[in-house]
Design a protein around this ligand. Sequence first.
Ligand code: NAD
Ligand code: G3P
Length: 330
Amino acid sequence: MNKTIAVIGAGSWGTALAIHLAAKHSVNLWSHNKEHVAEMRALRLNERFLPETPFPDSISLFEDFNETVINADIILIATPSTAFNEMLQKLQKLQLPKLPPVVSATKGLDHSTNGFLSDTFYQTFPNANFTVLSGPSFAKEVAKLYPTAIAIAGKNELELEAVIPYFHHDNMRVYGNLDIKGVQLAGAYKNVIAIATGISDGLGFGANARAALITRGLAEMTRLGIALQGDPETFKGLAGLGDLVLTATDNQSRNRRFGLYLGQGLKTNEAFEEVGQVVEGANIVKNIYELGETMGIDLPIAQQVYKILHKNVLPNTSLRQLLSREQKIE
Ligand SMILES: NC(=O)c1ccc[n+]([C@@H]2O[C@H](COP(=O)([O-])OP(=O)(O)OC[C@H]3O[C@@H](n4cnc5c(N)ncnc54)[C@H](O)[C@@H]3O)[C@@H](O)[C@H]2O)c1
Ligand SMILES: O=P(O)(O)OC[C@H](O)CO
């Protein structure tokens, strides 16, 4: 089957997935930045975000949103979470007679509601097929076609069957998942824990502290996830533990690197500048903190990351506060 896939967002993730999908399909890759589109057309490469992997011939570059999606068999949104809503508005404006299945590869929450991006999507398109792609997957490795396993989550098996075959081929193995809320919460939360382990490593706290943050981070992610109607099993799977371990331990992660810079003494704005790409954990830690407060759920690691980023608490003070909390049963 040679189908057409519209990829919305030409950062590192949209581009990597475009390269993977282009092995079997035609891909329309869209960026909101006209100069970036011209550059990618000329170079047949996304030099800004993924400079090591040239485009196969089956990728076409688009600056016009309408042209990108009008004949697409599926639409993949791969923008940062801050732009997700804007992409839905663009899709709505098109008034397509029937929206093709939409897959979100964005890892985050809705910043204005603290809610799931899927809820925002269903409010705009109540009857459309919407699924979420998540799991341990660095863009650079996907673009180089290294072996990768991910999860795609949706409301029911029919919706999953309509999209999984587009992604499940060559070096990518896809597991279907029916817990769309848990998968999203895990994909967002692991970014915050990766910032915390980065900070801890930047401070030189060592391997014991890193393992403790990952394990206790998984516990608090699971606690919030269950309270938000996620399935506890999800947090042990690819979108949970899998992505948490990847992001919290490998320096390809922007969230982890951002934390490392903070731990080494850089100010927040300096750390953002050094990373130079999206840091979703920093985008959403306030949402997670507010969810914990309003729902009365203890999220100690996220609380400390929130205080470092939003209340000017020093990383060293903050992480030591984690250790000095009252003794409890695991
Ligand atoms: N890079 C990865 O390894 C990876 C893997 C899995 C998931 N993700 C997720 O994918 C999403 C995108 O991340 P990325 O790695 O591609 O980020 P990136 O920093 O590499 O690129 C961001 C892209 O978004 C574009 N953008 C910014 N504002 C926009 C707007 N208002 N409208 C349209 N486009 C806009 C930028 O021009 C840029 O092309 C994030 O939620 C991230 O967590 C990334
Ligand atoms: O670079 P990060 O920290 O945004 O992580 C990228 C992916 O989410 C890893 O699965």
